[in-house]
Design a protein around this ligand. Structure first.
Ligand code: TGC
Ligand code: FAD
Length: 421
C-alpha cells in the first residue's frame, strides 16, 4: 500500500501569471543535470578496478533481488534471514580479502568496502553478519592462528558451513575492554574459562566464538566451540535496533577448552583492537549504503509528494535537505575510497579508520533523520526503509567504538595526549 501521490507530468504552477515568473519557473523545470548517477555524484566508480566494480554490482543485484523483498518482514519479526548466510558465502563475501588457499576471494580492501556498502544498503544486520564473520572471526584466525587452526576453520567459515562470533564486550567493560574480568586459567589439558560477554552479534547462533580473556593478567584469544560444557549463549531480546541480527551473551562457567584452541600469535589488547580496525573499516563503507538507501527514498518521495499544488522537491527548504544529504554522502564516499586505497597500499592507520567510521556513521544517521523528515508521517512506516536504517544506525554509532571513543582516538593522535583515563 502506498499513499504517495502519483508523479505529476504537467508542471505545477504557483499561481503567478506574469511572463517573467512563468519563464523563470520553466527554466527551473528542465535543469541540465550534471551527473548520470545521482548516488555517485563524483563518479567515484570510475576510480575502482573492473574487478572491484564487478563485486559491487554483484552484491548490489543480490541485495535488490534477495534482501530488499524480505528484510522488513525479518526486521519486524526480530529474526536474521539465515538462508542469506549461505548466499553471502556463495558470493564470496566471507573473508573476502583473505587468500584463495583458504577458500576465500583474495579481493582488495576496496572491494570489501564496496561489498559492505551494498549489504548495508539492504540492512545493517546483514553487513554486521558479514563484518563479524570476516573481520572479527576469520581475520584473527588468519592473522593470529596456527597453520592447523587456519586450515581447519577458515574454509568452513568461508563457505558458511559454520558461523562465528567475537566476544570482547562484557557487562561492565564496553568502551574500556582492557578492564575485562573474564579469565583463562592454564590446566594440564588446556584452559578453563570463567566470565561473561555481552552484546555479541551472532553469539546465540554461532558454532565458534573468538573469546578474549585474561591469562595471567594478559589478554589472549581463544576459540570456544558451541556445545562445550560450561559454555552457554542465551539470546538477548527486546532490541529496537538491529532487529534483523542475532545478538547473544556468552557465559563461561568452568568451561574447559583444549590447549590447541588458544590463538598462539598475539598477546595483549592489540589482538582484539586490530580486528576492530578491520571491522570498523567495513562499517565506514557500510554506513554509506544505509545513507544511500535513505537518500534514494527521500529523493523519490520528494519528487512525487504534492503539497501546496507542487512536488515538495520544488520547495527550497526541501532542496536544501536533499543537497545536504548528497553532499555528505559524496564526502563520505571520498573518505572511504581514500581509506580503502590506503588499506590496499598497507598504509592505513587505525586512526585513519576511526575518522572514516566516526564521520560516515554520523553522516548516515543525519541523512536518515532528514529522510524521515522529508517523508513526513510516511517516514515512520515500515513501507519505507528509513526508520529501520535510522534505528540500526543507533547501534552502529555505538558498536565498534562509540562516536565519542573515536573522537578521543583521533584527539590522542593529533595532540599526543590520550584522554581516556
Ligand atoms: P591502548 O593502550 O591504546 O592500546 C593497547 C594496545 O593496542 C594497540 N592498539 C591497536 N592495535 C591495532 N588496532 C587498533 N585499532 C589499536 N588500538 C590500540 C596499542 O598500540 C597498544 O599496543 P601495545 O603493543 O602498546 O600493547 O588501549 P586502551 O586500553 O587505552 O584503549 C584504547 C581504546 C579506548 C581506544 C580502546 O579500548 C577502544 O577502541 N575501545 C572501544 C571498544 C570497542 O570498540 N569495542 C568493540 C567491541 S566488538 C563490536 O562492537 C562488534 S560489533 C559487530 C557488528 O555487529 O558489526
Ligand atoms: P559504555 O562504554 O558504557 O559507554 C556509554 C557512553 O559513555 C557512550 O556514550 C560512550 O561514548 C561514553 N564514554 C565511555 N567512556 C568514555 C570516555 N572515556 N570519555 C567520554 N565518553 C565516554 N561487542 C562485542 O564484543 N562483540 C559484538 O559482536 C558486539 N556486537 C554488538 C551488537 C550490538 C547490536 C550492540 C548494540 C553492541 C555490540 N557490541 C559487541 C558491544 C559494543 O561494542 C559496545 O556496546 C560498545 O563498545 C560500547 O560499550 P557500552 O555499550 O558498554 O557503552
Amino acid at each position: 500500500m502506498s499513499v504517495v501521490a502519483t508523479p505529476t507530468t504537467a508542471p505545477a504552477t504557483n499561481g503567478h501569471t506574469s511572463g517573467s515568473a512563468s519563464s523563470a519557473l520553466k527554466a527551473t523545470k528542465t535543469p541540465k543535470q550534471s551527473f548520470n548517477n545521482p548516488f555517485d555524484y563524483y563518479n567515484t566508480s570510475s576510480l575502482f578496478s573492473p574487478e572491484d566494480r564487478l563485486i559491487r554490482e554483484t552484491v548490489r543485484s543480490f541485495v535488490d533481488e534477495e534482501v530488499l523483498p524480505i528484510i522488513e518482514e525479518h526486521y519486524h519479526a526480530g529474526t536474521f534471514p539465515m538462508h542469506l548466510a549461505k548466499r553471502m558465502a556463495e558470493l564470496g563475501l566471507f573473508g573476502i580479502t583473505l587468500p584463495h588457499e583458504y577458500g576465500c576471494a583474495g579481493a582488495s580492501y576496496t572491494a570489501y568496502g564496496l561489498a559492505m556498502m551494498e549489504l548495508e544498503r539492504g540492512d545493517s544486520g546483514l553487513r554486521s553478519f558479514a563484518s563479524v564473520q570476516s573481520s572479527l572471526v576469520m581475520y584473527p584466525i588468519y592473522t593470529y592462528g596456527s597453520e592447523e587452526q587456519r586450515a581447519y576453520w577458515l574454509p568452513k567459515l568461508a563457505s558458511g558451513e559454520i558461523i562465528g562470533c567475537f566476544g570482547l564486550t562484557e557487562p561492565d567493560y564496553g568502551s574500556n575492554p582492557g578492564g575485562m574480568i573474564t579469565t583463562a586459567k592454564k590446566t594440564s589439558n588446556g584452559f578453563v574459562l570463567n566470565g561473561a560477554k555481552m552484546w555479541i552479534t551472532n553469539g546465540n547462533i554461532a558454532d565458534v566464538a573468538v573469546v578474549w580473556a585474561k591469562l595471567d593478567g594478559v589478554v589472549r584469544g581463544f576459540l570456544v566451540e558451541k556445545g562445550t560444557p560450561g559454555f552457554t549463549a542465551p539470546e538477548m531480546k527486546g532490541k529496537h535496533s538491529l532487529r534483523a541480527s542475532a545478538t547473544g551473551e556468552l557465559v563461561f562457567q568452568d568451561c574447559e577448552i583444549p590447549e590447541s584452541n588458544l590463538l598462539p600469535h598475539v598477546e595483549g589488547l592489540k589482538g582484539p583492537l586490530s580486528c576492530l580496525t578491520q571491522a570498523r573499516y567495513g562499517i565506514a563503507w557500510g554506513a554509506i549504503g544505509a545513507a544511500m538507501a535513505c537518500y534514494e527514498s527521500a529523493l523519490k518521495y520528494a519528487k512525487t509528494r504534492i503539497q501546496f499544488g507542487k512536488p515538495i522537491a520544488s520547495f527550497q527548504l526541501v532542496q536544501e535537505k536533499l543537497v545536504w544529504m548528497l553532499n555528505e554522502i559524496t564526502k563520505a564516499q571520498l573518505l572511504a575510497l581514500r581509506c580503502g586505497q590506503l588499506k590496499d597500499a598497507g598504509e592505513a592507520t587505525p586512526q585513519h579508520v576511526s575518522m572514516a567510521k566516526r564521520n560516515n556513521v554520523w553522516m548516515a544517521l543525519e541523512v536518515a533523520r532528514l529522510a524521515r523528515d522529508i517523508h513526513g508521517a510516511n517516514g515512520i512506516l515500515g513501507e519505507y526503509p528509513i526508520m529501520r536504517h535510522m534505528a540500526n544506525l543507533e547501534s552502529v554509532k555505538t558498536y565498534e567504538g562509540t562516536h565519542d571513543i573515536h573522537t578521543l582516538i583521533l584527539g590522542a593522535d593529533i595532540t599526543g595526549i590520550p584522554a581516556f583515563e
